[in-house]
Structures are given as C-alpha cells and as structure tokens.
Write a protein that binds this ligand. Structure first.
Ligand code: IMP
Length: 430
C-alpha cells in the first residue's frame, strides 16, 4: 500500500488538515514530522469544529495510530491541553492511538519567553513569529543543548539539564533582551507532573513506522506550515525554523526515502501569508478584503488576519520541484466565487527580466513584480458540487490552467470546509 506525504505548497494555512483528515480514512498511521504548535489545523466534521496544533488530525479516526516524530518541537502543556479537550468531547486519546518520539525536542518556558522578547526587541524588523518558542527550541536542538522527550521523562536528567542551561538562558533574557528571568524550581514543578503523564506515550517512532510498513499499513506523513516557510528553501529569513518540504519526512519521522511513495501538494486557490516577509501577489485592495472575509482568513493559532493575494504559479512550480509532487489538492475554491476576472501570477518581472523561479534574496524578491494572466471568473456557489464535470466551465478552466502551470495532476478539489464538501478527481491512494 502506498505511503503519502502531505505538504503545503505556499506559506502555510493551505487547508492541509482537511485533506489529511480525508485521506486518513485510507491510512492506518499518521505521523507529523516537523514544526510544533505554531501550526493549527481547523477541521469541520459534521458541522463540528476541531482545532489541532500538535496532535495529528488523524486522531478523529478510530483505529488510526497517530505519531509525533523526532522532527517536531513539542510543548507538553499544549499537547496535554489538546488531549484533555478531545477527551471532554468524548474522543479517545491515549498511548494506544498517540505516541511521541523519545527524540522529539521539548519546548521549555525559556524558549517561548525568548521568542516573544526577541520579536519585541526587533520592532519593525521582526519576523512575525507565532511566539510559541519554535525558533529558540530548534536553535537549542542544533546547538546540542535541547531537552528531548527521553530527558523530560527522566526526572534526574531533566533536573541536571535544566540546572546546566537555565543560567545561560536567564543571562540572555535579562541582560540582552531585558525580559524577566525564569525560576528553575517553578519550571520543574510544572514540568515533572506533565512528564509523568506523558511517559506512557513516549516510544521509538522510527521502530513503530518500520513495523507498520512491514505489516503493509498505509502511512501518511503530515507536514505543517508550507514549502515557502522552509528554513532552507523558503523566503529566508521570513521562514519558520524547520523543513516542511517532503524530503524532511525522512529525517523528521525516522524512515528511509523509499518509504515516501506519493507526495500530495496542498494549494489554496489563492495565496495567504501571516507574519512579515515579501509576498509578490498580495492584494491590498477590495480583492484582498473579499478573500479575508469569504475565506475567513484569520490564523487558527494566533488569530492574526492573514495577508491575501492571487495564486502565484512561480511559488507553485517551485513547490512542485522541491517536493517532487505527484498530485495536487486545491482548497478553498469556493472563496473565489464572484471574483471576476481571476488572476494567476505566471512569472516575475525582476528589473525588466522575466523570472520563473524565486530569487534567493529578500531584496530581489521585494523588487519582483508579478506578471498576471487573467481568466474569466464564475458566479455560481460551488459548495454543493461533488463532481469535476459539474463545476462551471470557467472554474474548470482555472483549475486546468493551474494543473498545466504546475505540471502536476489535480487529484482533489475542496469546495467548502466540511469533509463532505470535496471533489475527488482521482483518489491519490487508489
Ligand atoms: P514561527 O514558526 O513561530 O517561528 O514563525 C515564523 C514564521 O512562520 C512567521 O511568519 C509565522 O507567521 C509563520 N508560520 C509559522 N507557522 C505557521 C503556520 O502554521 N501557518 C502559517 N504561517 C506560519
């Protein structure tokens, strides 16, 4: 049975959660491989809304094993809150359906405090992070002074590591950032009970994945954020601190590249971005307002209004190459109803030269002017449509143009937030 990686092709918030949820009916294992609670998936099932930041969206499916890979940075407080909220709603969450890698890095209170204080100090030059401590936690991972789940659940190790690291963090917080220091005893008092609760969930995720593959189970690798927020391939430095691209599923989950059979790229029918950074097709006019309002474009993690603009095929083609996409899922197509004409950016004009790829520097990207192609819009409400051939001709033309520009077949089209509001053109999992 094929395994599939689900990745965002833009700057995150493409609607991955709904597609992961949809495909999970055909997968037995869902694993997250990067990011942390900077992500947020909103799912609507039977009119009921669920928001997840850490737990893989597959948790809504009974019998599915959800895994959090070593590439994730995990805030234990957030995870336990999500678990408790799901339990309150009658869903079963426990070690039988959710496991965390023993190598997953733990977000500590100083990570979050540094993230927020650093952004404040930056003022206008800030990245616009989610303030969840994501970047500082990945910094510690690379600096080899991170606390991992295996350390968290060993009280002596946690205490020793904290005693070692906290003076440096407090020095940085107080002396450089002008922020309040943290108290080690208080951190331990909060973290030890959480560690005790989480202990039964900690496992060797790589081994669990190998077993699942051997048993012929379908594995779904769930990416967070999007290709252009990738620390290596995104619009650096306005990026997140991990690798959302599909290849990172290997390192972030602990599998070899032969385990990644299919790669589904999620494409919002227009573009959104939260936080700072260049955005060539941004619409600062009534089209932008329409997209925000009709698309309810407010972050599910921070509540921030998302910046909105036209679909950018340069961004999409880049994502197709970087991820080796085998299929596309187009989301929020219904939001474009009554926008007429619709535009697609097919190239950039950089100082009078046509560019088909994203330049590496922010300075160049800021000078890029989008070259648009205009297509006729449509007026019909799409939310009731369930077959591709029943879409208005102009909508089909828009989709077919996207498909041609990306060079990747469209397999799924989402026409509304509910699980049911979906057109499966060609089931990626057969
Ligand atoms: P961080 O990941 O909190 O460090 O934020 C770095 C950048 O990535 C900021 O521009 C955030 O708005 C953006 N970002 C992080 N996670 C998401 C996400 O899940 N969706 C969209 N943008 C995100």
């Amino acid at each position: 049975m094929p395994n599939i990686v689900v990745v965002g092709t833009q700057w995150g918030d493409e609607g991955k959660g709904k597609i992961v949820d949809l495909l999970t009916s055909q997968a037995q294992v869902v694993v997250r491989y990067q990011g942390g609670n900077n992500a947020g998936h909103t799912l609507v099932v039977g009119g009921e809304k669920f928001i997840f930041h850490l737990i893989p969206s597959g948790i809504l499916h009974p019998g599915v094993q959800c895994l959090i890979g070593n590439g994730v940075v995990l805030d234990p407080q957030v995870l336990l809150m999500e678990v408790d909220r799901l339990k309150e709603r009658g869903l079963s969450v426990g070690p039988e359906n959710l496991r965390i890698s023993e190598r997953t890095q733990v977000i500590m209170p100083y990570h979050q405090r540094i993230d927020v204080a650093r952004e404040e100090k930056q003022g206008a030059g800030k990245i616009g992070t989610t303030g969840r401590g994501i970047g500082p936690c990945y910094e510690d991972k690379v600096a080899r002074r991170g606390i991992r789940m295996a350390d968290l659940i060993a009280p002596d190790v946690l205490q020793a590591k904290l005693a070692d690291i906290l003076p440096e963090k407090n020095f940085y917080l107080e002396k450089f950032l002008g922020a309040q220091p943290l108290n080690g005893e208080e951190i331990l008092a909060a973290y030890l009970p959480m560690a005790a609760r989480l202990k039964p969930w900690v496992a060797n995720v790589s081994v669990l994945l190998a077993q699942a593959a051997q048993e012929g189970k379908n594995i779904l690798f769930e990416g967070a954020q999007g290709t252009h927020l990738d620390i290596d391939h995104g619009t650096y430095p306005y990026v997140t601190s991990s690798n959302p691209v599909a290849g990172a599923a290997c390192t972030g989950a602990g599998v070899g590249p032969k385990q990644l059979h299919l790669v589904l790229g999620i494409v919002k029918a227009y573009t959104t971005r939260v936080g700072a950074g260049p955005f060539p097709t941004e619409c600062l006019d009534s089209i932008g307002d329409h997209l925000v309002e009709r698309g309810v474009e407010f972050g599910s993690t921070t509540g921030r209004r998302r910046r909105c603009g036209w679909l950018d095929a340069v961004v999409l083609k880049d994502a197709a190459r970087l991820n080796g996409l085998t299929g596309l899922a187009i989301t929020k197509l219904d939001v474009l109803t009554s926008v007429d004409p619709v535009k697609i950016c097919v190239a950039y004009d950089l100082d009078g030269e046509r560019r088909q790829t994203i330049p590496p520097t922010i300075q160049e990207l800021e000078r890029c002017r989008p070259v648009y192609e205009e297509l006729p819009g449509w007026q019909q409400d799409l939310r009731g449509v369930r077959r591709f051939q029943d879409l208005p001709a102009a909508t089909r033309d828009y989709l077919q143009r996207l498909e041609k520009l990306a060079g990747v077949p469209i397999q799924i089209v989402s026409v509304g937030p509910d699980r049911e509001e979906t057109i499966v053109v060609q089931n990626p999992l057969g």
